[in-house]
Design a protein around this ligand. Structure first.
Ligand SMILES: [Cu+2]
Length: 151
């Protein structure tokens, strides 16, 4: 290999490693939102296989939701049709809060405010226990609450 080809090869390698680093950074920023979801752990998610998505459809009044158990790195998707008005909040325990208004310390996170029709897919979840509930008055105590355990 002459000097010119060696230089070209070196620049090519540099370019490839720079783009790889950029992709890693992007992955890192998306996993930051996943760790913000965590209640019990800040262990970063390592994605080793296809994303598993547990689907709760419809997210609906008049149902109860058995606990959902999924492996680390999985997501949970909630879906409700435009004919019904619901929302999706993360809450800190299995007890329906008196008020769904989030504060910096009450562990309540507004994922989707009440609306006619909607959906939400969690980021890849790290191990822990998560509770999700509908913020529309009376809906949570009527059954629109679900515990997700990630192991
Ligand atoms: Cu509801």
């Amino acid at each position: 290999m002459d000097f010119i080809s060696t230089c070209f090869a070196a620049m090519l390698l540099l370019f490839i490693s720079t783009s790889a680093a950029r992709e890693l950074q992007q992955y890192g920023s998306s996993s930051a939102s996943a760790s913000a979801m965590a209640t019990a752990s800040t262990t970063p998610v390592t994605q080793t296989g296809p994303v598993v998505i547990a689907e709760i459809n419809p997210w609906s009044l008049g149902r109860t939701y058995p606990p959902v158990n999924v492996a680390a790195g999985s997501s949970v998707r909630f879906i409700w049709p435009s004919t019904t008005r619901h929302g999706l909040y993360q809450i800190p325990s299995g007890q329906c809060p008196q008020s769904f208004t989030p504060t910096p310390s009450n562990g309540i996170v507004a994922l989707v405010k009440a609306a006619n029709g909607g959906s939400f897919t969690t980021p890849a979840l790290v191990p822990g226990a998560y509770w999700f509930a509908c913020p529309v008055p009376t809906h949570c105590p009527s059954g629109m609450i679900v515990k997700v355990t990630v192991t």
